[in-house]
Design a binder for this molecule. Structure first.
Ligand SMILES: Cc1cc2nc3c(=O)[nH]c(=O)nc-3n(C[C@H](O)[C@H](O)[C@H](O)COP(=O)(O)OP(=O)(O)OC[C@H]3O[C@@H](n4cnc5c(N)ncnc54)[C@H](O)[C@@H]3O)c2cc1C
Length: 467
């Protein structure tokens, strides 16, 4: 690591965060706790005072990586109050295999659960906490439209249409997957941006609570209706509602968004694929036609920082598809790691080196979880009803029980640890070879040769450390 060769954060002028979403709000709070005065510019109105529009990703799965940050920031209790724990997947099969509803626990440990949380409520808690430090000023209705890194000036368009230029010393680009800041930073750094559309989109629907705010599905599970090439999921909200999301190819045949453009097509599709849900959401067709269709893509970029002038954090640097429920958790973890690097005395006085170290540390992990998220789509829409997948998952959990220091289930390493994502992915691949070997020619757990299993698991060595 380098010695003190350049300015520290704040020396070159105001500390600015563009974007007051999950990453921007959390980062502003971390920076304020370091003693910096921070100004946040957010394009939208204050979500604590206005309703967010229906149909836009309303709740999220919060897991250990995000929880660790909230705990560090003293916010866990407040967030806990607005969450619903989900202990596993409730798989609603299409009935063709005779199966009905199958609960698949996420973990052997009862306390290893994920939490459904309202996006605006969580974001609001972070904004409140940032402001409560007395060091964070938030300007809503300020859309960043240009960043001049040479002059260290950013341009913002205000809600009423006029623009202002505001100087910054260091700017943190937390403006999400369509980041304006990214264009300037990546160009200055000579980096690249690769946007890989999934070809599948999503549509959100609301399944209203029953009488007296009762849940009309089991509230402590993430519900999945897997249908091979597409799927429907439902996450509980504390007030008894469920947010239901359809993931479907954008185009190609009757089972695609391209085809679902009128009442008859939508009603026919749901009657055929999800009759159970038709009964639960009486105004399903109206909601479907009224709500926007969201796009999904993986964005991989390089060149996350421009000297000590600007750095990208969160979806602005790395957007992933939502199937592992990790985009926000990844963004939160990035805030925690950046906070640690900024505090690290080894980097004192060399902000540009700190930012380069941040990218070096986070990029391989962002790439790894991007791959895992894509793989999890196949697992959720098809794997969860595949007998071979189910046997291997049962075996993985059993081996984890028998050899807790040598084996950890793939899903659990992502959701319930802070092992670097890249290390967890590499480990999963090696463990998969063991699972493949042990399940050749068998169909039940009691047919596994556990003596052989113990030998194979021993060769894996210790599990990756948490960071
Ligand atoms: C359908 C869906 C489901 C998801 N489910 C999960 C889940 O279960 N778990 C999980 O961990 N993640 C999930 N994610 C991912 C998660 O939403 C993102 O990873 C997370 O919101 C990233 O936070 P961010 O602050 O980096 O970006 P964003 O949430 O996009 O926030 C960016 C902020 O910047 C503002 N902004 C944008 N442009 C500008 C500009 N030019 N100037 C000023 N402000 C600007 C925006 O208004 C916004 O407030 C899901 C995503 C989708 C689409």
């Amino acid at each position: 690591m380098t010695g003190p060769t350049g300015p520290s954060l704040g020396d070159a002028g105001p500390v600015t965060v563009v974007g007051g979403g999950p990453a921007g709000a959390m980062l502003a709070l971390y920076l304020a706790r370091q003693g910096h005065d921070v100004t946040v510019f957010e394009s939208r109105p204050d979500l604590r005072r206005v309703d967010i529009s229906a149909g836009r990703s309303i709740n999220l799965a919060l897991a250990t990586r995000g929880i660790v940050c909230l705990q560090q920031l003293g916010l866990l209790e407040r967030v806990h109050a607005i969450t619903v724990p989900m202990a596993g997947r409730m798989v609603h099969s299409d009935g063709t295999d005779g199966a009905g509803v199958d609960f698949q626990a996420y973990s052997n440990q009862p306390d290893e659960v994920i939490y459904s949380v309202s996006r605006p409520a969580l974001n609001g808690i972070l904004l409140d906490a940032a402001e409560a430090t007395g060091r964070v000023t938030i300007h809503f209705g300020h859309r960043c439209t240009a960043v001049d890194l040479e002059r260290r000036v950013a341009t913002y368009r205000l809600e009423r249409g006029d623009t202002v230029e505001v100087a910054f010393g260091t700017l943190f680009g937390c403006d999400g997957s369509t980041s304006e800041v990214r264009d300037a930073v990546v160009a200055a750094a000579g980096g690249t941006v690769i946007i890989d559309p999934l070809g599948h989109g999503y549509k959100e629907l609301m399944l209203a609570a029953g009488p007296g705010g009762s849940f009309r599905l089991d509230p402590n599970a993430l519900h999945i209706w897997p249908r091979g090439e597409h799927m429907l999921i439902a996450l509980p909200n504390p007030d008894g509602n469920f947010t239901v999301t359809l993931f479907l190819p954008v185009e190609g045949g009757p089972d695609s968004f391209e085809h679902l453009v009128d009442e008859a097509a939508v009603a026919g599709f749901f009657d055929r694929q999800f009759p159970e849900v038709v009964e639960l959401i009486p105004d399903l067709v109206d909601q479907f036609l009224a709500h926007p269709t969201g796009k999904l893509a993986t964005i991989r970029s390089t060149g996350w920082s421009a000297g000590d002038a600007a750095v990208l954090v969160g979806d602005a640097a790395h957007a992933i598809v939502p199937f592992h429920g990790q985009g926000m958790n990844l963004a939160f973890e990035s805030c925690r790691i950046l906070d640690r690097l900024l505090r690290d005395q080894g980097y004192a006085g060399d902000l540009a080196a700190t930012f380069r170290a941040f990218e070096a540390s986070r990029k391989p992990n962002a790439d790894a979880i991007a791959d895992e998220a894509l793989a999890n789509y196949v697992e959720m829409r098809a794997g969860v009803v595949d007998p071979r997948y189910l046997l291997q998952r049962e075996l993985a959990l059993e081996l984890e029980r028998r050899h807790p220091d040598r084996m950890a289930d793939r899903y659990g390493m992502v959701m319930f640890t802070t092992m670097p994502y890249a290390a967890a992915k590499e480990r999963s691949e090696r463990q998969q070879e063991v699972l493949d070997t042990l399940t050749v020619g068998i169909s039940r757990l009691d047919q596994v040769d556990f003596a052989r299993a113990a030998e194979l698991v021993e060769t894996l060595g210790p599990l990756p450390a948490w960071e």
